[in-house]
Design a protein around this ligand. Structure first.
Ligand SMILES: [Zn+2]
Ligand SMILES: [Zn+2]
Length: 255
């Protein structure tokens, strides 16, 4: 198991930009951290509440009613999906996880929560005993620019950056872009979602050589119907990727 202290943003390596002790003191004074679940001070998610989040110990197929799948491969009914397969660290329903994801993506936009969320993915891969192919490439699911500006960051990129350092593999961000503003998908069914996303993503032509013949890991925070990842996987395959695997912190089970 890896040694981690994500509450100090340390994880076998040091974060590049650290505040001086005086600035950190002022930040803590005016914006005190409290655990989202139990209220404990000096952290957004304490180690105890983090440890209550159940990590998935299997890999499942992409189907609506998830069935356990071999490390490679999909069930016959998912054979035509562009997405090669999916890894998800947790089931979305859990209270601590739901709170963490919500406070990360919506106000107060706690960017530091990328650390425990990325660590759930790392633990999931350790539990599966799955090694990351060092020649593979990480690509975060992009946001439409105005959405990213509103949030101040792209949550998938924040998670992907941590994974890239932890796994020591290449990350390519900014080449897969969302070029169409799409309606909020929360209330939509599967068919509507994929229609909504048609033509929404693009991969930069001159970067196609970077993914040609490669195995791609596409990173997102929550996998719901999979319409977003499927559309991204289509574009990445059309742009030359050999395999596109999805990796999500959590999966919403739709049954
Ligand atoms: Zn707590
Ligand atoms: Zn399936």
């Amino acid at each position: 198991m890896s040694v981690i202290d994500f509450n100090n943003n340390k994880f076998q390596f040091k974060k590049k930009h650290k505040f001086s002790p005086a600035v950190s003191f002022l930040i803590d004074l005016f914006f005190p951290k409290h655990c989202l679940v139990c209220g404990k001070e000096k952290t957004f998610l304490c180690q105890d509440c983090f440890s209550l989040i159940e990590i998935n110990s299997f890999r499942y197929c992409l189907c609506q009613k998830p069935q356990r799948a071999a490390i490679q491969g999909k069930c016959p009914s998912c054979r035509n999906r562009a997405l090669t397969g999916l890894y998800f660290a947790c089931i979305f329903g859990q209270k601590a996880l739901k709170k963490a994801v919500h406070s990360f993506k919506y106000p107060p936009y706690l960017k530091d929560l990328a650390w425990p969320l990325a660590y759930l993915i790392i633990l999931h891969f350790e539990i599966l005993g799955k090694k990351i192919d060092p020649s593979s490439v990480l690509i975060p699911v992009p946001l439409f620019l105005s959405k990213e500006k509103e949030r101040g960051f792209n949550q998938s990129k924040e998670i992907a950056d941590i994974l890239a350092k932890a796994w020591q593999i290449k990350i390519i961000s900014g080449c897969l872009t969302k070029i169409k503003k799409t309606a909020n998908q929360a209330e939509m069914g599967k068919e509507q979602r994929s229609k909504n996303l048609e033509g929404a993503f693009r991969f930069t032509d001159k970067m196609k050589k970077e993914i040609k013949g490669k195995k791609i890991y596409l990173i997102d925070d929550v996998y719901t119907t999979g319409a977003t990842m499927e559309e991204c996987a289509k574009i990445l395959k059309q742009s030359g990727a050999r395999e596109v695997w999805g990796i999500a912190v959590a999966r919403e089970i739709m049954i």
